[in-house]
Design a protein around this ligand. Structure first.
Ligand SMILES: NC(=[NH2+])NCCC[C@H](N)C(=O)O
Ligand SMILES: [Mn+2]
Ligand SMILES: [Mn+2]
Length: 300
């Protein structure tokens, strides 16, 4: 893996409605992410946080069932620009959220450099809604569809091009909560999904072997988008949309180690840590443990 890592924090919470996830980047830093990576032998540059605007009263118009659309668009455009700089410098981009709507900007910045970017979407959810299908109007439930070029043009056109990724280059791991429209889109586009059923049946090891093979085929880079709510809420309670019955910290740790072994990941983001809902920063500490294993940390 690239020896120079650039960290960008995105204190975004307007992609959903549980306050507190804007503090995610700080608490992941407090849990020691920079020190952890330096100990493994990486050079780490912390580029600080993207500025998130606050909605003006006029702005809270929930246009087309897309809550706080204008502010989410602006922040993601700024994030995409920040990532373009990191990519141009040749560093490994590590993005800390913030709610999952920030994957729109991350992918806009990263995918520009890859003709065929693979994506591992490690999440309890599909995040494949649009304004039309979303039950909540929360944009954090839409970043994967937006990156496929499906959704409101002010979201899909962030970065000035669309789509960012192709359905055949995506694999979703850990899904156990999908809305009607998301199921439809998965079938229509033939997106590869390892739900909890497959993880129970085959075990994480086999699932990751297949997932890695799937995203390595015909791709020139692979992005990992890890939503902490993928983990079972027992191990990651500090998230806004928890769903019982997820993979454990250990299973997720193994998934990260397998990615490290193959050395396929070229960018990553860790999102949805909400300290208000957490217990003693447990979820941020878990996130940093997973970052460590993703970057090849070994006990012996
Ligand atoms: N990134 C997330 N945590 N997304 C949760 C999405 C929940 C639900 N499917 C929605 O669209 O509202
Ligand atoms: Mn999720
Ligand atoms: Mn998500």
């Amino acid at each position: 893996m690239n020896k120079k890592i650039s960290i960008i924090g995105v204190p975004m919470d307007l992609g959903q409605t549980r306050r507190g996830v804007d503090m995610g980047p700080s608490v992941i830093r407090y849990a020691g992410v920079v020190e952890r990576l330096k100990n493994i032998g990486y050079e780490v540059e912390d580029r600080g946080d993207i500025e998130i605007g606050r909605p003006s009263e006029l702005d809270v118009k929930n246009e087309d069932n897309l809550k706080d659309l204008d502010v989410v668009v602006k922040a993601n455009q700024d994030l995409a620009d920040g990532l373009t700089d990191v990519m141009n410098e040749g560093n490994f981009p590590l993005v800390l959220g913030g709610d999952h709507s920030i994957a729109i900007g991350t992918l806009a910045g990263v995918a520009d450099k890859y003709e065929n970017l693979g994506v591992i979407w490690y999440d309890a959810h599909g995040d494949l809604n649009t304004g039309e299908t979303s039950p909540s109007g929360n944009i954090h439930g839409m970043p994967l569809s937006v990156s496929l070029g499906i959704g409101h043009p002010s979201l899909t056109e962030i970065g000035g091009y669309a789509p960012k990724i192709k359905p055949e280059n995506i694999v979703i791991v850990g899904a156990r909560s999908l809305d009607e429209g998301e199921r439809k889109l998965i079938k229509e586009k033939g997106i590869k999904v390892y739900t909890m059923h497959e993880i129970d049946r085959m075990g994480m090891s086999q699932v990751m072997e297949e997932a890695i093979e799937h995203v390595s085929k015909n791709t020139d880079g692979v992005h990992l988008s890890l939503d902490l709510d993928a983990l079972d809420p027992h191990d990651a309670p500090g998230v806004g949309t928890p769903v019982i019955g997820g993979p454990s910290y250990r299973e997720t740790h193994l998934a990260m180690e397998m990615l490290a072994e193959k050395g396929i990941i070229t960018s990553a983001e860790f999102v949805e840590v909400n300290p208000i809902l957490d217990t003693k920063n447990q979820t941020a500490i878990a996130a940093v443990g997973l970052v460590g294993s993703l970057f090849g940390e070994k006990l012996l």
